[in-house]
Design a protein around this ligand. Structure first.
Ligand code: ADP
Length: 357
């Protein structure tokens, strides 16, 4: 019967959720070459389920280096395949868990493609943001005889350590404050909080957010690659029989480009942006590393990004760091530094366990 199906579904979800609790997972995805780029050398030598091997130019010929993660997606992985692996994590939000998913990588490596999709989005090319919300609505509907869910969305941008609301309709671009642990469980209580109940609502809101994010961008200075954008989904659930409530939230974060900016070339605004980005990405790496090390002090206060996510990183929350790399051999410098960042985030737990032995 329908009731038993729901129970069975809940039990399956519960088991999947237990596996993921408090965990930090790291995925890697390689962007395909652009059309017309086919004769280029690839820096990626080999991809297996959990291992990526890249070639490293060295003085005496060509070296190789392998990195291990929870999952590696090659350039032919589809949006649907990528989403499938993230699904249990996303579904756990309905059971009251907090989830953070980060897209990390140099500009042009495919972060926005994974999280949102390409410029012209079709059903097949929809990214994680759309799929996650459709999935939440679908499960909420399956459970509607036993649970009632309310879903709210916020979308904010962090640019030069300033927080702005991306869901404003009047073109205002006011700065907002992060106030951690307010009674409503909102880190940015003054940002627009919009109730959504269908995929159509979500598409409209994302379009609004993307229009607002583009404000101030010029061809030379594409602001979207120098700011972090964060789509936050708040889910409140109520058990229709017992009246018990749950509250979960999910942050889907498209990070600023991780590329190192040549200090000798960057000046003025460009240098300031680069310094803010470096600072916040390393603050994020430090927070995740201290969580994995189970350090007593976690340095959340070192950046706006980590302050924003303080309640959703650590504890029972689940984190997915999704790193992106470009395949071109001339991007190898950035590729290695991305993979090293990811490796630091991924392997500290193993390192800590070894020390304890
Ligand atoms: P980023 O957000 O890291 O700056 P983008 O997501 O904008 O990078 O990707 C750069 C370009 O590559 C875009 O035109 C995007 O559509 C394309 N692209 C990225 N990843 C893929 C992929 N997996 N499959 C097809 N095209 C992709």
């Amino acid at each position: 019967s329908g009731y038993h199906r729901v129970l069975e579904e809940n039990r399956k979800l519960y088991n999947e959720v237990q596996d993921l609790k408090g965990s930090i997972r790291v995925y890697c995805r390689v962007r395909p070459f652009f059309p017309g780029q086919r004769n280029q050398f690839s820096a990626v030598e080999n991809i297996e389920d959990e291992t990526i091997t890249v070639s490293i130019p060295s003085r005496n010929g060509k070296g190789q280096r392998s990195f291990n993660f929870n999952k590696v997606f090659g350039s032919s992985a589809t949006q649907a395949e990528v989403f499938l692996d993230m699904q249990p994590l996303i579904r756990s939000v309905l059971d009251g868990y907090n989830v953070c998913i980060f897209a990390y990588g140099q500009t042009g490596s495919g972060k926005t493609y994974t999280m949102t999709g390409p410029k012209e989005i079709t059903e097949k090319s929809q990214g994680v943001n759309y799929r996650a919300l459709s999935d939440l609505f679908m499960i909420a509907d399956q459970r509607k005889d036993t649970f009632h869910y309310d879903v709210y969305v916020q979308m904010i941008e962090i640019y030069n350590e300033q927080v702005r609301d991306l869901l404003v309709t009047d073109g205002t671009n006011r700065r907002l404050e992060i106030r951690s642990s307010s009674h409503k469980g909102l880190s940015v209580p003054d940002a627009s909080l919009v109730s959504v109940s269908s995929t159509f609502d979500v598409i409209d809101l994302m379009n609004l957010g993307h229009r607002n994010r583009a404000v101030g961008a010029t061809a030379l200075n594409d602001r979207s690659s120098r700011s972090h954008s964060c789509l936050t989904v708040h889910v409140q659930g109520r058990d229709l029989t017992s009246g018990a409530t749950t509250r979960g939230c999910m942050h889907l974060v498209d990070l600023a480009g991780s590329e190192r900016v040549d200090k000798s070339e960057a000046t003025g605004d460009r240098l300031k942006e680069a310094q803010h980005i470096n600072k916040s990405l390393s603050a994020l790496g430090d927070v995740i590393a201290s969580l994995a090390h189970k350090n007593s002090h976690v340095p959340y206060r070192n950046s706006k990004l980590t302050q924003l996510l303080q309640d959703s990183l650590g504890g029972q929350a689940k984190t997915l760091m999704f790193v992106h790399i470009s395949p071109e051999s001339d991007a190898i410098g950035e590729t290695i530094s991305t993979l090293k960042f990811a490796e630091r985030v991924a392997t500290v737990e193993l390192g800590a366990a070894r020390v304890n032995k």
